[in-house]
Design a protein around this ligand. Structure first.
Ligand SMILES: *[C@@H]1O[C@H](CO)[C@@H](O)[C@H](O)[C@H]1NC(C)=O
Ligand SMILES: *[C@@H]1O[C@H](CO)[C@@H](O)[C@H](O)[C@H]1NC(C)=O
Ligand SMILES: *[C@@H]1O[C@H](CO)[C@@H](O)[C@H](O)[C@H]1NC(C)=O
Ligand SMILES: *[C@@H]1O[C@H](CO)[C@@H](O)[C@H](O)[C@H]1NC(C)=O
Length: 378
């Protein structure tokens, strides 16, 4: 079941410190497909038009965090869907400033998230997050944001082997999560579990979806007991292991080829979520000796993260550049790096130290605000 798999994954996350989850970033590949076509009937309010004009000149991923009392965007205690891993308030997080930060792009303002508008635009559509537990985190935030906008609407929940779906019945909008650690396949064979760098069979299900938001990174450097495969296969060759960054690039290339040969840009919008950073290494933000996020209650001020972008950023940038279909990089890396204060640390339902995932309400709401901004402006 999806939930159990995700829980196991999270357990590993807390134990094996996902120090490798550093970050990625960069480029926004211009998207030429028409959102109107996708969204069906679109009610273009004037504020949307203004936003579109401004957005053309503005990189929304460059900016800083500012304290704003009108945040958070919803009362997380009134969202009944938050898993115990992310519900920081419920598990007693004493400092609340982390809830009140707003992402302020340098050259424009983000439109405020309007859940009802979102649901109206996407009537009859399916939105799917595909990836590891960071996708679960992102998906849960979107469900809370939408639920807060229409708290009395009917919501149906369904879960089967790898897909969890929340359907906002009155709007016929499905918000789905497809659990996949690497996007490419892991198969059980006689020799053991094989990570197949050039095989992507799950794509059949993805093709029917209107908005796809992909993410993978967290698991590529896992070793030992938390490594969920025994061999890596590429073509006819079987390896016991290989340089993980090389494997990551090959896996992403397979995904990129899948996008190019399978996605119809007229009916499906594709996002790549980039890489969500963890905070276990204080040297990255000039606090050597700090080994977790337990004492962090403030974001890093300013626009840059002291240690800069990680090498994986370059890999993502290069792979996305090679895709000919429109793919939008939801470039959350730097803005998330700045939020060392936004992880659950020990304020979660399993009491482990978690500086990999994010509190809900919290940072993933901004990811969804950026997703919404992209969806209404493209
Ligand atoms: C567009 O939205 C506005 C405000 O939400 C509403 O008053 C108007 O009737 C809508 N127009 C159409 C064509 O749906
Ligand atoms: C948040 O929701 C909870 C549960 O519905 C409620 O008890 C609480 O008063 C709400 N808080 C605010 C600030 O609205
Ligand atoms: C799982 O759910 C999805 C979406 O509701 C559906 O398309 C798919 O056929 C289901 N798979 C199985 C095995 O039931
Ligand atoms: C977290 O860091 C604090 C000091 O910064 C340390 O005392 C504590 O042992 C660490 N906890 C874990 C679980 O690593």
């Amino acid at each position: 079941m999806c939930i159990c798999v995700a829980r196991t994954e999270m357990g590993f996350g807390s134990r094996s410190l996902c120090c490798f989850l550093v970050a990625v970033s960069v480029i926004m590949i211009a998207c030429i497909c028409s959102a109107d076509e996708l969204a069906g009937h679109v009610n273009k309010s004037t504020s949307t038009m203004k936003w579109k004009d401004k957005q053309r000149k503005c990189n929304v991923f460059e900016g800083q965090w500012v304290y704003d009392d009108s945040y958070p965007l919803y009362n997380s205690s009134a969202c009944p869907y938050i898993r115990k891993e992310f519900d920081c308030l419920k598990y007693g997080r004493p400092d609340h400033r982390y809830l009140h930060y707003k992402w302020q792009p340098k050259e424009c303002d983000l439109p405020r998230f309007d859940g009802e508008d979102f649901l109206r635009r996407f009537k009859g559509k399916k939105i799917m997050f595909i990836g590891d537990s960071v996708s679960l985190n992102h998906w849960q935030s979107l469900i809370c944001l939408l639920h807060a906008a229409v708290p009395l609407s009917n919501i149906i929940q369904e879960t089967n082997s790898s897909i969890s779906t929340f359907t906002f019945q009155d709007y016929e909008v499905s918000v789905m999560l497809y659990h996949s650690l690497y996007l490419v396949d892991i198969e059980m064979e006689q020799i053991g579990r094989v990570l197949k760098l050039d095989s992507l069979k799950n794509g059949k299900t993805w093709k029917q979806v209107d908005v796809l938001i992909f993410n993978t990174w967290l698991w590529w450097y896992r070793r030992g007991i938390s490594q969920p495969w025994d061999y890596i296969q590429e073509g006819d060759k079987i390896y016991k292991d290989m340089d993980r960054m090389v494997a990551f690039r090959k896996g992403l290339m397979t995904w990129a080829n899948w996008v190019d040969s399978n996605v119809n840009p007229k009916s499906t919008r594709v996002f790549f979520q980039g890489i969500s950073p963890s905070h276990y290494n204080g040297r990255e933000w000039n606090e050597p000796g700090v080994t977790n996020c337990s004492k962090e209650s403030e974001p890093i001020s300013g626009e840059t993260y002291p240690s800069g972008l990680p090498p994986a950023a370059i890999v993502v940038e290069e792979v996305l550049k090679g895709i000919s279909k429109p793919v939008y990089l939801l470039d959350i890396t730097t803005l998330s790096q700045l939020r060392k204060d936004a992880h659950p640390s020990s304020y979660n339902g399993f009491k482990g130290m978690d500086c990999t995932h994010w509190c809900i309400a919290g940072l993933p709401d901004t990811w969804n605000q950026l997703l919404y901004a992209a969806l209404i402006s493209l």
